[in-house]
Design a protein. Sequence first.
Length: 219
Amino acid sequence: MKNKFLETMMFRHATKEFDSEKKVSDEDFNFILEIGRLSPSSFGFEPWQFVVVQNKQLREKLKEFSWGAQGQLSTASHFVIILARKKKGMIYGSEFVQHMLDDVRHLPADVKVLYNQFYEKFQKEDFNLLESDRALFDWSCKQTYIALANMMTGAAYMGIDSCPVEGFDTNRVEEFLEKELNIDTEEFGVSVMVAFGFRKNKPKIKTRQDLESITKWYK
């Protein structure tokens, strides 16, 4: 099992151009989405939404302001914009937070009170997340990267390639989300994008720093 996982990590690479003739099956892609859904998040609040853009015309519009996805948008089997919740949904006491505690987590009333108190303290004091709307949004985005990594690793385990994308104009993407996809950009902002499919070209040899240079032990 350990070797299989390492083989998966070696297989995964940032695929810049996919074989447009090969498509990920609905079953496999739904499995990738399920991996994202089951990913962990801070406080278990799952501040993400996965927007799957398959329409060719919409992808062409995205290309205008997504410089890091020029090859992927045209060739990927599936293209996902991962959204993160903004302050409106993630601030303590919000309607979304209460929904998560009541309808998803099903916490008892007394536990919910303690949870809310702890979450408020965490935002105000421990991580100082209320110093700006951006600080809270960035914290929310951190959670989406956990789902992103799990989805890419899960895809690689199945022999499916992927590429994370941060090369885009945030303001224009959010304008696109609002105007073209009718997404509430007061509630959600773009965190990252990711493309899935099958590689067209053989990747370069993977390079990484030595383990010793990135690890410190204090025994």
